[in-house]
Write a protein that binds this ligand. Structure first.
Ligand code: DLL
Length: 439
C-alpha cells in the first residue's frame, strides 16, 4: 500500500481539500434534496464555495437530520448502487442509518489500513478482531482494512472471553483490536491463568469506540505487553478510521484529513474556536459517495494540534474528553467521566474499572458516588491482613485519597466506595457505560 499522502505538504493538502470540497458541494447540489434546500436557504451556490476556507459558510448537519430522514433520506445514490448498510450503535430511538457504495467501502478499507499501519501492524501479521461484527461498524471495518493491508484476520467478534484467550494462546496473533474496556477484561483473563505479558504473542492493540485515558493505556500495555493506540471514528462519517495514533508517538491521533475535514466549534455559539482550543469536533466527508455529510456535529469534545516531532503532516486530535451528552453537571461543575478516570492515575493502586452514579436532589445533580477497584498486589504489598481493622483503615484512607485527588483536579465532591479487584462488573465486549442510573 502507498501511504505517501500521509506526508503530503500542507499547502498541497489544502489544495486537495479545496478541490474536494468544491466537487462535493457541486455533487450535493445535484444529488441531495436535503442539502439543496439548505443551500437555497443560505444562498449558497457554486460561486461562493471556492476553497476549504469557505467551509464555515456551509450548513451544519446534526444526528437529528439523519433521524428526520430515516432510513435512507440522506443517501445520494439509488439503493441499487449501495454495497453495504450499517447503523449507529445508539441505544435510544431509531438507529441512524449509513450507506456505502463500492467506492465508499474501498475508502473505508483504506483509512482503516492506514490506521492499522500507524498502530504498528504490518502485512503478514495476524489480527485478532474482537470488535463486534454486525450492524456496528467496528468488526467489518477492521476486517476489510486489515485484509487490505495484507494481514490475516480472525473474525472472532466480541464476548466469550475465555475462548478469546484460548485462541490468542493457540494462534499467536501479533495484533488485537477491541474496545479498551474489553482489552482490560482480556488482560484480566490472562492474569487469572497466571500468564504474564512477556508470554503473550500480542505486540499491538488497536483500541477505540469509547473514551479512555492514560491510566487504561498503562494497564493494558503493562499487562498484555503491547503498544496500545487510540483509533477513533463514528458510523455517520464512515466508522473506525477517522483518526489514529502512531504507536511510537501516542498522545493524540492523526486525522485522515484528505478525506475527513475537521473543525472545532463552540458548543453554544457553533462558531469555530481559536486553533488548539477545546470544543465539539465537526467533520466534513470530502470524498464519500452514498451519504456525504457537510460539517457533521459529532458531539465529541476534543481539540486539534500539530506536534513538532510528528512523522506525518496531518493535524492531530487530543483524546476525546467525552460526548457532550455524557457531561455531568455536579453542583454547577461540568464533569466528564474521563476526567475522573484521569484523576485515578494520581493515586497508586487504583484499578480503572469504575462506575459513576449521579445523586440527584430536586432535579439537580448534587453529588457523585464512585465505585472503583483496588489492585490486589498493591494491597498485598502493604502486608496488612484482609478484614482486620488495619485493612479497613487502609481501604478507607485509599478512598479518601481518591476523593481528595478528584476534588483537587476536577473540583467536585464525591463519595468513593472501594471494591476488591475483579469484583465490579467488567466489559463483556463492546462499549462500556460508566455512568449508572441516577439515585
Ligand atoms: O464506535 C466506530 C469505531 C469502531 C471507532 C471501532 C473505533 C473503533 P459508533 O458506534 O457510531 O462508531 O460510535 C461513535 O463512539 O462519536 C465517540 O463518541 C465514540 N468513540 C469512538 N471512538 C472513540 C475513541 C464507532 N477512540 C462514537 N475515543 C463517537 C473516544 C470514541 N470516543
Amino acid at each position: 500500500m502507498d501511504f505517501s499522502v500521509e506526508y503530503i505538504r500542507l499547502d498541497q493538502l489544502r489544495q486537495l481539500q479545496s478541490e474536494r470540497l468544491v466537487n462535493l458541494v457541486n455533487y450535493l447540489m445535484d444529488k441531495s434534496e436535503f442539502y439543496k434546500n439548505k443551500f437555497n436557504i443560505l444562498g449558497i451556490n457554486s460561486q461562493n464555495v471556492r476553497s476549504i476556507e469557505d467551509i464555515s459558510k456551509l450548513p451544519i448537519t446534526y444526528k437529528q437530520d439523519l433521524r428526520d430522514h430515516y432510513p435512507f433520506g440522506l443517501f445520494t445514490v439509488p439503493k441499487n448502487e449501495l454495497q453495504r448498510i450499517h447503523c449507529s450503535s445508539g441505544t435510544t430511538g431509531k438507529p441512524t442509518v449509513v450507506g456505502y457504495t463500492k467506492e465508499d467501502i474501498d475508502l473505508f478499507s483504506e483509512v482503516v489500513a492506514r490506521s492499522l499501519n500507524a498502530a504498528g501492524a504490518k502485512p503478514g501479521m495476524q489480527l485478532h478482531n474482537a470488535y463486534g461484527y454486525g450492524i456496528f461498524t467496528g468488526g467489518l471495518g477492521l476486517h476489510y482494512g486489515a485484509e487490505k493491508l495484507g494481514m490475516s484476520v480472525l473474525p472472532i467478534s466480541g464476548g466469550m472471553t475465555t475462548r478469546q484467550v484460548d485462541l490468542i494462546i493457540d494462534f499467536k496473533p501479533e495484533v488485537i483490536c477491541c474496545s479498551p474496556s474489553y482489552a482490560l477484561t482480556i488482560a484480566d483473563e490472562f492474569a487469572h491463568r497466571g500468564i504474564s505479558a512477556n508470554e503473550i504473542s500480542l505486540k499491538y492493540a488497536v483500541l477505540g469506540s469509547e473514551p479512555w485515558t492514560e491510566i487504561i493505556r498503562h494497564h493494558i500495555e503493562e499487562r498484555l505487553g503491547v503498544h496500545a493506540t487510540n483509533l477513533y471514528g463514528l458510523s455517520e462519517i464512515i466508522g473506525p478510521g477517522v483518526s489514529m495514533e502512531d504507536f511510537e508517538e501516542k498522545g493524540g491521533a492523526y486525522i485522515w484529513e484528505d478525506h475527513f475535514y475537521p473543525e472545532i466549534l463552540d458548543p453554544i455559539t457553533k462558531q469555530p474556536v481559536p486553533f488548539g482550543e477545546e470544543g465539539v469536533l465537526v467533520i466534513t466527508t470530502l470524498t464519500k459517495k452514498a451519504m456525504p455529510l457537510l460539517r457533521y456535529w459529532t458531539n465529541d469534545i476534543t481539540s486539534l494540534y500539530y506536534d513538532e516531532s510528528a512523522k506525518r503532516t496531518m493535524v492531530k486530535m487530543r483524546p476525546i474528553l467525552g460526548r457532550a451528552d455524557d457531561m455531568l453537571i455536579v453542583r454547577g461543575v461540568n464533569v466528564y467521566p474521563s476526567q475522573i478516570e484521569e484523576a485515578f492515575s494520581h493515586v497508586e493502586g487504583v484499578v480503572p474499572n469504575y462506575y459513576l452514579t449521579p445523586i440527584e436532589k430536586e432535579h439537580m445533580c448534587v453529588a457523585l458516588d464512585i465505585d472503583v477497584e483496588i489492585d490486589d498486589d498493591f494491597v498485598k504489598a502493604q502486608q496488612i491482613k484482609i478484614n482486620t481493622d488495619d485493612y479497613l483503615d487502609f481501604v478507607e484512607n485509599f478512598g479518601r485519597n481518591i476523593e481528595n485527588e478528584i476534588k483537587k483536579r476536577v473540583g467536585i465532591t464525591t463519595k468513593v466506595k472501594v471494591h476488591a479487584q475483579d469484583s465490579l462488573p467488567k466489559c463483556e465486549g463492546g462499549k462500556i457505560n460508566r455512568i449508572l442510573k441516577t439515585k
